[in-house]
Design a binder for this molecule. Structure first.
Ligand code: MN
Length: 312
């Protein structure tokens, strides 16, 4: 990947020492069953992010100034199990450095590793799982680290809440906690699911966001699109409330499967990521010293959006 900093932000904001946020790309697509290509997700997401405005109108903030450190991609792929171990290790390493850790996939199996790390590091963890699919199989095609098993482990040892579900195998129903499952067909006609889901959360919340939760009309570029999904404003309204009311301790976004024709999905993923960071950090002020570093230095980067010297 020839991308040096997240969203092309100046290096002052991209150094690990200064960054409050860490972004781990995991371009893994080892077990997907239909359309391949989730391994291209992080690159497409990062390219779209470079072309995105970095001022968030709604929160009135520029969250990148909190610092975003982009790690090397996790490329271990000799087996699903070794990939999960590698993701688990890297995620835990950055949680231990007191960073707000975010992960971009890759297919959903990567979340077995991310959730395991957060569950080891934070007590009473809620996993908010936003997805078209339940992903509750104990094992699939000979592995418990298949994408169809992404939250089975979480169902056993965290407070798992599933939102947007509209495609399951009948066997998954025996694992599913129906009180904490919000099916898309119910959500479509009654928005009380938002309050109900938030009421069921403990304080520490990790969000695992499979992009196929969105309706394919707004996000077609995903491996297993399902009709009847979430739209943009209801999704970010829900997320805004979760970030406001709970201690969101990290999140992952998975299953972007880019193609040459549709770029809007890449942009949606980029915007979703930035929106979630904006909600997380909207009340945190940026340290003066840090801010002036940026203002005093000559602008030496080559990214056009930072080179505009126009005074408004
Ligand atoms: Mn899914």
């Amino acid at each position: 990947m020839d991308i040096k900093t997240y969203a092309g932000i100046p290096e002052e904001f991209a150094k690990l020492e200064n960054a409050k946020i860490v972004l781990i790309p995991v371009p893994y697509d080892g077990t997907s069953t239909w359309q391949k290509g989730a391994d291209k997700g992080p690159k497409a997401f990062l390219e779209a992010s470079e072309n995105m405005e970095l001022y968030d109108i709604e929160t009135g903030s520029e969250v990148y100034k909190q610092g975003v450190y982009l790690t090397d991609a996790v490329t271990e792929n000799t087996s699903p199990e070794s990939m999960v171990d590698a993701v688990h290790e890297v995620t835990k390493k950055y949680i231990k450095k007191n960073k707000f850790v975010t992960i971009f996939g890759g297919e959903h199996s990567i979340s077995i590793g991310t959730i395991r790390a957060f569950n080891e590091m934070f007590p009473n963890l809620t996993v908010l799982h936003i997805d078209a699919h339940a992903d509750l199989r104990k094992s699939y095609e000979g592995s418990s680290c298949n994408h169809a098993c992404a939250v089975y482990e979480a169902s056993q040892n965290t407070n798992l809440i599933q939102v947007g579900i509209r495609s399951i195998d009948i066997k998954e129903k025996s694992v599913m906690n129906l009180d904490k499952t919000y099916f898309a067909h119910d959500m479509a006609i009654d928005d009380s699911w938002m309050d109900s889901a938030i009421d069921q959360m403990t304080d520490n919340v990790f969000i695992t966001f499979d992009l196929d939760a969105f309706d394919p009309s707004i996000l077609p570029s995903t491996g297993t699109p399902e009709p009847g999904g979430l739209l943009w404003y209801e999704t970010i309204d829900f997320l805004k409330q979760v970030f406001a009311k709970k201690n969101v301790i990290g999140f992952d976004i998975v299953e972007l499967c880019p193609n040459e024709i549709d770029k809007s999905s890449d942009f949606l993923a980029a915007k979703l990521y930035y929106k979630m960071l904006s909600y997380k950090f909207q009340n945190e002020t940026i340290e003066d010293e840090f801010d002036s570093t940026f203002n005093d230095k000559p602008k030496t980067n080559n990214f056009s959006k930072f080179n505009e010297d126009v005074d408004y």
